[in-house]
Design a protein. Structure first.
Lengths: 117, 292
């Protein structure tokens, strides 16, 4: 079932070392599925994201970007469109293994695309 | 008599689990959304679920005539509606919104006359959009009275078309705050899984799912909401922490005046606790602060 596969994909991604949260948003900024701790810094980023998603996506589309990274004080936020109507946001520890994380994000993105398209 | 804790099954496949069992009896439930999201289908499904189980229904249509309703129902596979009309279980009132700009109490009288005494009814008002627009303070008060009257006789589903307000003071108001439940249906139009989604915006006095749930409109079934096991688990009460609750209830009983009230509240919390985390920390914090 699509929804189960989607949930499992996010669960797997969230278990990757250095990933502090992963959120699947609809392109209008409404969260579809969230895997995150109750840490206040993560919640603050999520509030920020909800207002920014559609604006960031518009600009990414204009500039033909496949991913965008935002640097916060203690976190890095990677925004990756995962289908025509969804976007995967991953919040990571900046000291984490970047290469491993980017491979995991790419894998998750492809699975999400299969589930929702 | 109004019974607030009884539930009325919505008839929408997959939705009741997310609403704590359904709509609360004798409430006003608004289905809000843009054009083509399935508001009327939702309403028809709600009516038919009850009618097929021997309940009575009333459809106040501000748009479609009885003939159009029958035609649309047949296309959806809801053929049995014709029988319910013939047998008098379902009554249809067709009105023009333009004729009822001021929400007069005659409207309530008209509904009251169509209902049989002392019997709970499922009422569908579709769409209420024109009626609820351009309301000033006085007229809104009248709308509140209408809602209160409807609550006495029925559990009502009202569909409202989403109105984009350009200027906050131009009088275009959707009175969502007057309803007990507000469900928002959205259609994105990208042809993907999350194209059609439903959100529980408000479900007064009840636990409910707080996510964004995809749904489909299927022939013969109508609206089918697709929530994951994880989503349902999040709103299903668990007995896993009963021991902690019993301990807190026992402790509260030894407190003075507030003890009895607190024990009752803990009992309610225990019956509704659906979190994976233990309530130990919260219970201790409450006991400490109430004991001051």
């Amino acid at each position: 079932m699509h929804i189960k596969k989607l949930e499992d994909t996010l669960d797997d991604l969230y278990e990757t070392d250095g990933i502090e949260a992963c959120i699947l948003y609809r392109i209008d900024g409404i969260p579809i599925a969230v895997r995150a701790s109750n840490d206040s810094s993560i919640l603050n980023i999520m509030f920020w994201l909800e207002k920014q998603i559609s604006h960031v996506l518009r600009n990414m589309n204009k500039e033909v970007l496949t991913a965008t990274t935002f640097e916060f004080k203690n976190n890095q936020v990677i925004i990756t469109p995962s289908s025509r109507s969804t976007v995967l946001v991953t919040i990571i520890d900046p000291e984490a293994h970047q290469q491993l994380i980017s491979i995991e994000i790419a894998r998750a993105k492809s699975l999400i695309n299969q589930c929702v398209s | 008599m109004i019974y607030l804790d009884e539930r009325i099954v919505t008839g929408i496949y997959g939705l009741d689990n997310l609403l704590g069992g359904g709509f609360r009896k004798n409430t006003i439930n608004i289905i809000n959304g843009g054009i083509g999201v399935g508001k009327t289908t939702f309403g028809l499904q709600y009516l038919l679920y009850g009618l097929n189980r021997g309940e009575k229904g009333l459809f106040v249509s501000f748009e479609m005539t009885e003939k159009q309703i029958l035609r649309d129902c047949k296309q959806l596979g809801f053929d049995e509606i014709e029988d319910h009309i013939k047998k008098g279980n379902l009554k249809i009132i067709h009105l023009f919104g333009e004729d009822l700009i001021f929400p007069s109490l005659d409207f309530i009288e008209m509904i009251r006359e169509s209902l049989s005494e002392d019997e709970h009814h499922r009422i569908l008002i579709d769409p209420f959009t024109h009626y609820s627009m351009f309301l000033n303070e006085e007229k809104r008060k009248s709308l509140s009275t209408i809602f209160q009257n409807l609550r006495e006789h029925s559990t009502t589903v009202i569909t409202l078309e989403e109105v984009k307000v350009k200027e906050p003071n131009n009088g275009l108001v959707t009175p969502l705050y007057l309803a007990d439940t507000v469900l928002h249906l959205h259609y994105l139009g990208f042809g993907e899984f999350f194209d059609r989604t439903i959100r529980v915006v408000k479900h007064r006095g009840s636990k409910h799912g707080d996510g964004l749930y995809p749904y489909k409109i299927e022939s013969g079934l109508g609206i089918v909401v697709i929530a994951s096991e994880h989503d349902i688990e999040k709103v299903t009460p668990t007995k896993e922490f009963d021991k902690q609750f019993k301990l807190a209830i026992e402790r509260s009983k030894h407190m003075d005046k507030i003890g009895k009230i607190l024990a009752k509240r803990f009992e309610l919390l225990r019956n509704n606790w659906s979190h994976k985390e233990s309530p130990e920390h919260i219970l201790k914090m409450i006991l400490d602060s109430e004991n001051k």
